[in-house]
Each structure stands twice: as C-alpha cells, then as structure tokens.
Ligand binder design. Structure first.
Ligand SMILES: Cc1cc2nc3c(=O)[nH]c(=O)nc-3n(C[C@H](O)[C@H](O)[C@H](O)COP(=O)(O)OP(=O)(O)OC[C@H]3O[C@@H](n4cnc5c(N)ncnc54)[C@H](O)[C@@H]3O)c2cc1C
Length: 521
C-alpha cells in the first residue's frame, strides 16, 4: 500500500502527527506493534472487571494546555473526548500525619500554607498572582521548536513586555535546582518538599540543575486550573484521536511492528513490518520511537552521523514501577481531608528525595522509594463499580539493573524476582500514611520497570520520560544538537516522541510541531 506518510508507533505524538496530517489531506497510516494504540496513554481493566486503570499517564494537564488540543479541541470532543477536573489537585503527606496541598481555591490554599509559615503565605500569594503574567511567555517558549526564530521572538517579546528583571527570573527558573530556587523563596521544609516532589516526575532530584521549572509550572498551573483527567479513563484521548484519524481517511494498523525503515538513495521511502510486508511512504516516514531504537535498529547501517550517535545514546532517567489497585474503599489517610486530592505525594522531605536518588545512582533499590498516589475515583467515580475505587501508584527512582538493596532486605537482583517484594515495600510506605490499605485491596497488578519497557520499548529501563530530562538532554540538546526539529540525517525520515524536544508528557508537542512543519501549518 502507498501512503503519503507512514508513522511508526501510535503514542500521543505519533497520533497527533497522524491526525493533523490527515486533516491536511495527507493519506496516512500508523503502524503499532501492540494490540492497543496509545503507548503510555492507555486504560485497561488489569485487576477486576469494571475497574478501569490508567496504566501509565493519568494527569492530562499537559494535553489540556497543548497547542494540539487548542487547535483540535472541537474535533476531539466530537469524537468523544471528555475530561473531569479535580479542584483538589495535589498534596504531600508527611510522617507526622500532617499534609500540605494545593487546590484551586486561592484563599484556602494560601491560608493553609500560612498556618505552616506566615512569610511563605505572603511569598506564595505573590508568586500565584504573578503566574498569569509569566505563564503565556513560558508556555509559548515550551511550545516552540528550538532553535527557531519563533522561540527567539517569544524571549524578545517577554523582555519587551515585562522587562529585564522578568527575563532574569525566567532564566533562573530554567537553570536552578529546585532546592536552590525554593530556598531563596520559602522557609517551610514541608512546602519545599511539596513543590520539589514534582521535579521527580521529570527525573530531577532536589539538587539537579534545571529542576526548578517543572515544580513551578505544575504547582501554579494546577493551582490555577485544577488537575484534569480523562472521563472514564485516559483512553478517552486515544479513542478520540484514532476516531478523528479514521474519519479523515487515516489507517491504524495494530499488531504491526516495524522492523526497518526502507531507505533508498539516502531517503526514507517506506516501512517494513515484522510479517515481511511493506508500506510505501511517498512524502515522510515519522518514527514515534526512542532514538536508540531508530538509529540502532530501524535504520541501522544507513546512518553515519555524530548527531545520530549522540541521539541514540540518549541517557535513560530513573526507572519507575506502577502498582494498580482495585479497592473496596478509599485509603484511610491519617487526615481524611486527603481523600479528596487527585495526587498525594509521599516524598516527605528534600533529604528523603536526595537520599533515594543517591541510592538509585549506585544501582540500589531505594530503602524508601518516592511514591505518587493518584486517586482517580475521587475525581471520576465512573472508573470503578459503585462505591469501589481504583488507586494508581507510581514508585521511583528504581534502577534498571539492580546492584543491591539500600533497604537490606531484598536479596534478588532480577526484576521478575524483585517486583513483588519491591511492591510490598511501596505498600508498606503507603500504610504509614494510610493505615489499613492492604485490607481494602481486592486485587492488584504490579508492573516493574522491566515490564514497562516490555510493554513499550521507548520506556528503556522503566524510564517514564524516554530520556532523562537533565539539562544536558533538554531544549536544543534533546535528543542531540541539530536533531531537535524532528529531522534526521536521512531525508524524509522524522523522529518524534518523548525523546524529542519539547519531550515527555501528554502535550504531543513534537508530533504536532513536526506535522505542522510538513503540512505547512
Ligand atoms: C508510568 C508513566 C506515567 C506517566 N504519567 C504521566 C502523566 O500523568 N502525565 C503526563 O503528561 N505524562 C505522563 N507520562 C509521560 C507520557 O505518558 C509520555 O511521555 C508520552 O505518552 C509518550 O508519548 P510518545 O509519543 O513518546 O509515545 P509512546 O507513549 O512512547 O508510544 C510509542 C508507541 O510506539 C510503539 N512502537 C515502538 N516501536 C515500534 C515499532 N518498531 N513498530 C511499531 N510500533 C512501535 C509502542 O508500542 C508505543 O505504542 C507518564 C509515562 C509513564 C510511562
């Protein structure tokens, strides 16, 4: 079969590219190795019938704020996309039974922070008041291709409209570690821990340079907008995208693994599948795959280029484990107020986070993993039978290759043997904050870092971001200098996905920007 574009992988970036190109009149095919599309955006009943678990991503704030969604909002809603938003966005629970949390009620949030520290309340109010001014510039920069005149123009406009001091504040955000940024502004160790916990989602420990940006964005964006989730499951996104694709003549082939990109005279002309068949691409092959698999497998032998070599060696970040629980009741947090929050972080101090990352860096299972507990049924009761609940639990930082156990109790060194004891350690951690959780579990489904990679080869070592987000792999260096704008050293071959700037998350940035570039907007 002949298409204008063949897209390898139906992750959110591959689908965004496919939908946009199909709308622009391109004949598009997406090939997906799995039986179900979506990559890290999937919902499934992995515990019991009627319990719908977001297997990987669950928070849709990046999607709701994306340029792709802004452009295709009406079309996606027509194809069934629906969202529910929690006004009680996130909280951190602490060992002493207290907690701090952020919701969309400005007064309630500020007063709560003020009970901890009056100076912090004032500072929080100032930052929250300034966020609507900063946000349009920040989001415009993060949505622009880099390097580009468009990105330069965003910076120039920010300077012209807000002045030099504003630009200095923004530059600080992009390079500071979360500890340095927070220490300069706040006093309460709990407030600092609550904000810095967001850095760990992008593989940034408290002392990682550049780690301040994500906590700032997540905290103030969710304070302003709440935390959005897909109604009924995050697969509302993929179902709407595949529906829109097919309505515009696009084709989605599942159980169709690409084994190579066909290259003739230095140009990509098609894709070969595992069953031996081939699809011809007249204008573009778009690979929604990690550069390691693109350059070391799909086009191995066709490229000799130092940029491709650097991209292929994009360093994975720390691994994660996912535990999905079907519950007969919500967890009994030591303070029941936590039942309302969409996310509860169990990362009680900057030192606890630093310690876990130091252990991970030595290849050790951390003695105290950092845990994110999401409570989807607190936001959307339709995800479980009446009165029942699902819990989404992520634990990190976990090593891909296990050198030892900082906790001193797990002897095995391979993930198939380690995953259950490691899950027990994670449940022990939650029990300290929500005693009796184990007694509420109807069924559980545990996914180790190795399982994550098996389900999606882009998640190397269970790295949820398909490449660490440290500064040497961000912006113009993601995945390599000269390859940030989707092109590859092979003509007509493009690379999109979490490994390509603007990178990870449900924002579909690289897929949409690549499609706009190809379609001429
Ligand atoms: C556990 C977890 C939790 C997360 N939580 C959040 C969250 O709450 N909010 C958020 O914004 N982000 C979150 N993320 C990050 C976000 O989900 C991902 O960054 C994003 O979905 C990645 O999209 P992608 O376009 O890179 O494609 P991927 O999701 O990596 O999908 C790529 C697809 O390509 C397919 N594929 C690969 N190779 C081939 C081949 N050779 N042939 C055919 N098909 C192939 C794969 O099977 C897969 O379906 C999370 C990620 C994980 C793993």
């Amino acid at each position: 079969m002949t298409y204008d574009a063949v897209i390898i992988g139906s992750g959110i970036n591959g689908l965004a590219a496919a939908v946009h190109l199909a709308i622009k009149g391109w004949r598009v095919a997406v090939v997906e190795r799995n039986a179900v599309p979506g990559g890290a955006v999937r919902t499934a009943e992995v515990t019991l019938p009627g319990f719908r678990h977001d297997l990987y991503a669950t928070n849709l704030d990046a999607f709701m704020g994306s340029a792709f969604f802004a452009r295709h909002d009406a079309l996606l809603r027509k194809h069934g996309f629906a969202v529910v938003t929690s006004e009680h966005a996130f909280a951190s629970a602490f060992e002493d039974g207290s907690w701090l949390g952020i919701d969309t009620n400005g007064e309630a949030t500020a007063k709560r922070l003020g009970e901890e520290n009056a100076a912090d309340e004032r500072r929080w109010r100032e930052l929250a008041a300034a966020f609507p001014t900063a946000a349009p510039h920040l989001f415009a920069l993060l949505a622009a291709p880099v390097p580009s005149w468009r990105a330069a123009n965003v910076v120039w406009r920010a300077w012209r409209e807000q002045g030099t001091a504003f630009l200095g504040e923004m530059a600080d955000l992009f390079v500071a570690s979360s500890r340095d940024w927070l220490d300069r502004r706040f006093e309460s160790p709990k407030l600092k821990a609550m904000m810095a916990a967001w850095g760990t989602h992008l593989d940034c420990a408290p002392d990682t340079a550049g780690g301040a940006l994500f906590p700032y964005i997540e905290c103030f964006a969710q304070h302003a907008n709440g935390l959005p989730m897909g109604k009924g499951g995050i697969d509302t996104v993929t179902k709407a995208m595949t529906g829109a694709l097919e309505a515009h003549g696009g084709t989605l082939l599942t159980n169709a693994a690409a084994t190579s990109v066909i290259v003739a005279d230095g140009r990509a002309t098609g894709v070969r599948l595992a069953d031996g068949s081939a699809l011809t691409a007249r204008r573009a092959v778009i690979a929604n795959v990690h550069p390691r698999h693109l350059y070391k497998s799909l086009v191995a032998g066709d490229v000799r280029d130092s940029r491709a070599e650097r991209a292929a060696n994009l360093r994975p970040g720390a691994g994660s484990m996912m535990i999905h629980l079907a519950l007969n009741d919500q967890p009994d947090w030591r303070d029941p107020a936590l039942k309302a929050f969409a996310y509860v972080h169990l990362a009680p101090s900057l030192s606890a986070m630093s310690r876990a990352y130091a252990e991970w860096a030595e290849g050790l299972l951390p003695a105290e993993p950092l845990v994110v507990v999401s409570q989807p049924t607190a936001v959307d009761p339709t995800r479980a039978p009446d009165g029942k609940h699902v819990l989404w639990v992520m634990a990190r930082p976990l090593p891909a290759a296990i050198a030892g156990d900082a906790g001193g109790t797990i002897a095995a060194r391979d993930w198939p043997s380690v995953k259950e004891p490691c899950a027990e350690r994670v449940l022990d951690t939650i029990e300290r904050y929500a005693p009796g959780l184990r007694g509420k579990i109807l069924r559980r489904s545990v996914h180790s870092p190795a399982d994550l990679e098996r389900s999606n080869p882009n998640l190397i070592g269970g790295d949820t971001n398909a490449g660490s987000y440290h500064l040497d792999q961000s912006f113009v260096l993601r995945p390599a200098f000269g390859l940030t704008r989707y092109a590859t050293p092979i003509k007509s071959l493009y690379n999109v996905g979490a490994s390509i700037w603007p990178g990870s998350g449900t924002g579909a940035g690289s897929g949409y920007l690549c499609a706009r570039m190809l379609a001429g907007q």
